[in-house]
Design a protein around this ligand. Sequence first.
Ligand SMILES: [Zn+2]
Ligand SMILES: [Zn+2]
Length: 172
Amino acid sequence: MADKTTKTTVSKDLVQEKEAGFARFIQEKGLKTTRQRNTIVNVFFNLRGHISVEELLKEVKNVNPRIGYATVYRTLHLLVESNLVEERRFGDGLARYEGHSDVEHHDHMICLECGRISEFFNPRLEALQVQLAEENNFEIYRHRLELYGACKDKEACESRQKIKKAAQAHSG
Ligand SMILES: [Zn+2]
Ligand SMILES: [Zn+2]
């Protein structure tokens, strides 16, 4: 599974499906379709991983430099409202956005040193939670499992830390 913001190619069908879903949502809400919003939605769904507003803004500006932070921010919130996107906050409190359903339900491991976010899915763990809930006479609606720690591969972790610091210095 993908980790962090990797630019692997996302299937065109999936992007189109997401765009159509968003268009329906916009229509139902009685909002106007705007070109800027469509650009943002297209760029977002072509990215994979767990994307912050800043990261998305950077990518969006490559397509249309006139699109600003506020529009990206509002569009992301519309995407969350439409249930096409899930907002997640890991240890650093920064909101990250994930366009789900291309990935099935999964949980996360977060490196506190370099910020790498790995996804995992374990059917035994999922079943165990259902069993635990049953033993506690409890019905689960949803769950969120986040494991915090550090990469065991120190070399790779340190080089990611350097990239992260350089990017932060660059964006000011
Ligand atoms: Zn994820
Ligand atoms: Zn790490």
